[in-house]
Design a protein around this ligand. Structure first.
Ligand code: SF4
Length: 380
């Protein structure tokens, strides 16, 4: 057994352990266990500094989850877009391939609780029909291995999957969607990286939510992946009490770059059953983006998106930097709320732009400009 497997085995998992460790009422602990079991491995447990802190909230079962009856179990309608077991095919050239129901911890905010935990939630018997689907659908260029967490598979099992995918010439890239570098970085071994190197191009998207998750161990894990030619991106979810604070997010993004992890997405939390207590307003998200744009390197700024309920996919949202736009000009504000005008030139998409009028006016150097009333913008 490898060290990471021993750490999974030694996780806080049973009702008795949850009651004893976190002083939770036994009846609540039993109900929570039935709803979505606990798994907190010794490494992630060691990151908790005090009850209710941002690490605790992500992994310790809370009674409030049981009050959330109305929300959906599958808010992104992944199951409706599943042509065969274990595959979700939402976007034209990409497919999600669920390879295990197991994870290094069970996150209380998880949007895929219906698939995570019990071994039978994602059947390994579904793998063959999933491979066949991927073989037949030549339009799929990009496969994302997910679950659960694909790095819960042994190196041998994972290699079997990668080898089979690499026999499909139309699959150009393979991505690993994994929280292991964050929650159980001991899983990222040199042996694993040596195996992954044989199947490039492989990308990894991981999921840091708070600066406390960046430790010596998780930094080492991300650097091992990067040194093996696996670019690592981060997907963060904005959560109340965890990271709904611009200074926390800025610190996280800056620290991620230092360990060679590129911030990729920042999501509004999904409307998931048992996790709505984590949700924040869109305004909070916009305020976080405002605090990043212009105030730190563009490399540290993730795409801010809502994964549209009902399966609409990721939709980007932005603070409003465009104050006015017409055929001739666009009026913008920058991160300091200073106002700028940019001439909108004519081309096939905008035949009446600034330069077309200039030509028509036979040499007149200053074309008549529409007067635009610029709104007064309050300091953010
Ligand atoms: S690691 Fe990912 S799939 Fe597993 S419980 Fe956490 S959020 Fe859900």
């Amino acid at each position: 057994m490898e060290l990471w497997q021993e750490m999974v085995r030694d996780s806080v998992h049973t009702v008795d352990q949850v009651v004893e460790k976190f002083n939770i009422d036994r009846k609540d602990a039993e109900d929570l266990d039935e709803f979505f079991q606990a798994r907190i491995n010794p490494y992630y447990l060691s990151l908790i500094q005090y009850p209710g802190d941002p690490i605790w909230q992500q992994c310790v079962p809370a009674k409030i989850e049981l009050k959330d009856f109305d929300a959906e179990e599958d808010p992104l309608h992944e199951d409706e877009m599943s042509p065969v077991p274990n595959i979700t095919h939402r976007y034209p050239d990409r497919a999600l391939f669920l390879v295990t129901s197991q994870c290094g911890i069970y996150c209380r905010f998880c949007t895929r609780k219906r698939k995570v935990g019990d071994y039978e939630k994602i059947s390994m018997k579904g793998l063959e029909s999933a491979f066949k689907y991927l073989e037949e659908h030549k339009e799929i260029r990009d496969v994302i291995l997910s679950g659960g967490d694909p790095l819960m598979l042994t190196d041998t099992m994972l290699e079997k999957i990668l080898k089979r995918l690499r026999q499909m010439k139309h699959i150009e890239i393979i991505r690993l969607g994994t929280r292991m570098p964050v929650v159980l970085p001991q899983r990222i071994t040199q042996k694993l990286c040596n195996m992954l190197k044989k199947y490039h191009p492989i990308y990894c998207n991981t999921h840091f939510n708070h600066p406390w998750e960046i430790t010596e161990e998780s930094s080492r894990a991300c650097e091992l992946l990067a040194n093996s030619g696996v670019p690592v991106g981060n997907q963060m979810v904005i959560m109340k009490g965890v990271n709904d604070d611009p200074s926390v997010v800025k610190e996280l993004m800056q620290k991620l770059l230092k360990i060679r992890v590129r911030p990729y997405y920042m999501y509004m939390a999904d409307e998931t059953k048992g996790a709505n207590h984590f949700r924040t307003s869109v305004e909070t998200g916009l305020k976080i983006v405002e605090s990043l744009r212009g105030h730190t390197s563009g490399l540290a700024i993730p795409h801010f998106v809502i994964d549209a309920p009902g399966g609409g996919g990721k939709i980007p949202i932005m603070p409003n930097y465009v104050l006015h736009r017409d055929e001739e000009q666009i009026i913008l504000r920058n991160f300091q709320n200073k106002i700028y005008s940019y001439k909108n030139y004519a081309d096939k998409n905008n035949p009446n732009g600034y330069n077309s009028k200039r030509k028509k006016r036979n040499g007149s150097k200053k074309p008549a400009r529409k007067k635009v009333k610029v709104p007064v913008f309050e300091e953010a």
